[in-house]
Write a protein that binds this ligand. Sequence first.
Ligand code: GLC
Length: 632
Amino acid sequence: MSSSFQVSITTTMAVSTLKHAKKNLINPQLATLYRFSSPKHHYHHHTSTIHRNSSEFYSPRITNSRVSPNTCLISTIRSHFRCNSTLVEPVVNGETGFERIYIHGGNGAGLDVKPLELERVEEESRRGVNIIEDFEKEGVVVSEIEEEAWRLLRDSVVSYCGSPVGTVAAASNPLDKQPLNYDQVFIRDFVPSALAFLLKGEGEIVRNFLLHTLQLQSWEKTVDCYSPGQGLMPASFKVRTVPLDGNNEAFEEVLDPDFGESAIGRVAPVDSGLWWIILLRAYGKITGDYTLQDRVDIQTGIKLILNLCLTDGFDMFPSLLVTDGSCMIDRRMGIHGHPLEIQALFYAALRSAREVLTVDDGSRNLVQAINNRLSALSFHIREYYWVDMKKINEIYRYKTEEYSTEAINKFNIYPEQIPTWLVDWIPEKGGYLIGNLQPAHMDFRFFTLGNLWSIVSSLGTPRQNQGILNMIEAKWDDLVGSMPLKICYPALEYEEWRIITGSDPKNTPWSYHNGGSWPTLLWQFTLACIKMGRTELAEKAVSLAATRISMDQWPEYYDTRNGRFIGKQSRLYQTWTIAGFLTSKMLLKNPELASLLTWEEDPELLDMCVCALSKKGRVKCSRRAARSQILM
Ligand code: GLC
């Protein structure tokens, strides 16, 4: 039985200063989309509810009682119980290492989060002048496909408390006997939807999404009596309607997150928090509304995520150590350890955090830690993940069993590991970042999302970033084929498939995560191409997708070596397929907007070497031993 109590709080709204408004609005079209007015019209009074469920005593639920359509009941979250966590704060100089990250107060065991203030954007103050209408005025024809896509995207919107908060992963299909969790709002899936809405001048849904998911971050979550860290963001959430206090006459809506405790494989979505920070930065850049990121609860949320990522552990590398399936590829695919996808998103999230964190005495050390990590991470990836003809030839002639800090073959890679497919496949021109690096192991598979985000975030050098696009161009038939883009190349087959995927029938060779083609990767490809001045490649891929994507009913993924068939178990009307296509189209029509979503090389980060900053005399800088000189 659950019991709930409500506390009404009339929130005193601080008048937002909009101090950053219009900063960085490089695009006049966006300036008209986001008109800045005094925020006083947008705020409503809020009431807070704390929902308690005795069987889930440590999980205050976010609730929204349907009292009146205009009243929004939202919980304050005060998490009192950390009984299962083994989080230990590192102690440095008598202080906890991240003392600036944790919020002090309360009983010291929990976290006080400011009540959620939802900005209701009233209809007349909606800032969205339809960008599509603007294009039409300028003579740009909006294709029927785009019109259909907008209709479908709008149909996928999920509301909570009468406000839009996200989009479902895929439209429901009455014939589907196993709908699984595709009726939920996935954090990673929502990103292209968010960008499409932002570029169209509709910021409200994104703002709501960022605020609501922030509240979910503070939930207590357990798998068999063990809790992950507090900053973990859910993979997805669902809006459920449940009877209020067991009374079937009154109902309330609750947000029900999944942190991996119900997910297939029980994997924690490491990428969710990274995407959240990236999206927060994008929201500010596109709308010019920086008041959101300046909020205390948002700043705390960023710090909690970073705390999880930056806490010292046993690791010798600056890259993030994760389990298999902790990202878009959320099933076993041999990507445990230091997969490129996570490193590239981590790098982009750190670069975003550097921009959105308010620098004060409480965050100065954190910003320093971010800078150090950015510098070390980019060195590590540029130096050790990059392969091209020259590098593979170097590996081919590696000496092994070297013992010294000056070793060339630092990870003791045996040349026999170079797969036979790669020897013939690697083009003369271009190269790519490998999928993963472990002691005595390089995963030479090409993973698209990680490579694209290395370009977008400038994790790779400008030359490497160009090289990746050159390789995609040279290997077009393999990586784009009939439908952009392959999630990874090549597929695991035979014994490798059996051992690495655990004989996963969904991940059979050239299907799903194992070499399937995912149209949602298109928007990230478009962004990378525009950034590198290779727009024609994106145009080609988008036109190719347009020839069949709508006819095929917007599938989640395609199968076979060339991506010719709709995936065996593919969902149809998959939202991130639809939104990814729309975002690509909008970026291509307005390429200057891409710079709001990408990062240029930062010379300050290149100059920095963490070792030089260290006061410890024993630290020996191994960067000097780096041989390939590909840092620029
Ligand atoms: C599948 C995908 C994952 C995606 C989810 C919802 O689980 O592997 O990346 O987020 O579906 O679309």
